[in-house]
Ligand binder design. Sequence first.
Ligand SMILES: CC(C)(COP(=O)(O)OP(=O)(O)OC[C@H]1O[C@@H](n2cnc3c(N)ncnc32)[C@H](O)[C@@H]1OP(=O)(O)O)[C@@H](O)C(=O)NCCC(=O)NCCS
Length: 175
Amino acid sequence: MIDEIEIRESLPSDVASIEKLYPDAFPDEDLLPLVRELLREEPIVLSLVGITDRALVGHAIFTACSIAGRTDKVALLGPLAVAPARQRQGIGSAIVRAGFRKLENASVTQVYVLGDPAYYGRMGFEADDGVTPPYPLPKEWCGAWQSISLRDARPPLHGKLSVPRPWLQQALWAP
Ligand SMILES: CC(C)(COP(=O)(O)OP(=O)(O)OC[C@H]1O[C@@H](n2cnc3c(N)ncnc32)[C@H](O)[C@@H]1OP(=O)(O)O)[C@@H](O)C(=O)NCCC(=O)NCCS
């Protein structure tokens, strides 16, 4: 586990390090076009970086989304990346949890993610079949669509998640 990590919103001066982090963390997937587009979407995006020993070692984006016909403020988590040499030291979960606190302060009530339940379940995410993702998922991915409530005991939300333009690419929602 890491002793000290600074987690803060990303700055324009972090972009070069963020652009290096993604190919390192995802050698088989090019997420940079999505990340670049999302970073241009301020203020609807919360972009958090993790810094240890003055090096940028992790990054996560939370995008503000909505559900048709509802006023609830909700967000989509992704992508999330930690430098390979610094994985399994608690950095990814620390960044996500810091994001929850910031989103809670911004009155966001629910966060959605498409990812491995073995990882996101540790942070409290649970499979969500009330709100559907923007594109239908293959059957074997259904358990990977998850959400976490940032407020206690709220009735489950229903509807389709409405995402901003950078996320409107079917390839991002398919194997
Ligand atoms: C997935 C990722 C963000 C996790 O960040 P991290 O800082 O390494 O994770 P944490 O240290 O907070 O948590 C580590 C724990 O989660 C588990 N874990 C990590 N990645 C996992 C995965 N893909 N699936 C299941 N469990 C995973 C580990 O088993 C570890 O637990 P352990 O040390 O008890 O074995 C990071 O490994 C990464 O960037 N991977 C490559 C890119 C990627 O797959 N991103 C996922 C975005 S959906």
